[in-house]
Design a protein around this ligand. Sequence first.
Ligand SMILES: O=C(O)CCC(=O)C(=O)O
Length: 265
Amino acid sequence: MRVAVCQVNSRADRDENLRVARDQLERAAAAGAELAVLPEYVDYLGPGDTAPKPEGIDGEFAQFFANAARELGLWVHAGSFHESGPDARRTYNTSLVFDPSGGLVARYRKIHLYDVEIADRVSYQESRSVAPGDETVVAEIAGVRTGLSICYDLRFPELYRRLAVEGEARVLVVPAAFMMHTGRDHWEVLLRARAIENQCYVVAAGQIGDHDPGRTCFGRSMVVDPWGTVLAQAPDTVGIVTAELDLDRLDKIRTELPSLANRRL
Ligand SMILES: O=C(O)CCC(=O)C(=O)O
């Protein structure tokens, strides 16, 4: 299966963000991808006070990507968006996956929320405006079991173990908006670790560049194979990269180095 990771620079203009996302999906389809993955908050990355009204999973955002999937004949993982939440103060940070007929096949709400204070570098309290999800999700994408996660989830290996073991996932998807400060030291290491320890392909699409206000994202979207090899990595620009997921190779790695089977609980 050929996958595309779409790296974008979403800002405070939702219409423009969706236009750019659509453009990337068209490139992915033209490059022969069966699945295209967009980053976290592909709808809007900007100040809270100008954020678009959150929507349900039957709103305009979902319709936009359902149409794109159908028109392009592509599996689309629409990164994540601001889904209307459990109360007026909070949204969910939600991923939607569409099949090539435009059908919604999965919804995942980010479980781990990014609440950190790194002196002079990062001050972020996601839980002030976002409610956590509480369900793990494995979607059947083009016949391949695919575990869903979002950004900060990447730091919690027990989630991925569950996706790989109980969920029998063979692909793990990570839409993200990792910031420069943590991204440069942690992003690739964590993605490769999740791939190696769970013997899965990891497909990670990141936001890139400056966003309002004062957030710079690391980018370096990538596809990692179950051996931990980086098959494709985006340069520091908006655009797509593609890679081929070889599931026979995954089976061979799991047979020859059966670390999942050798777990002692
Ligand atoms: O874990 C990190 O360093 C970045 C996480 C993040 O930016 C997010 O979850 O939005």
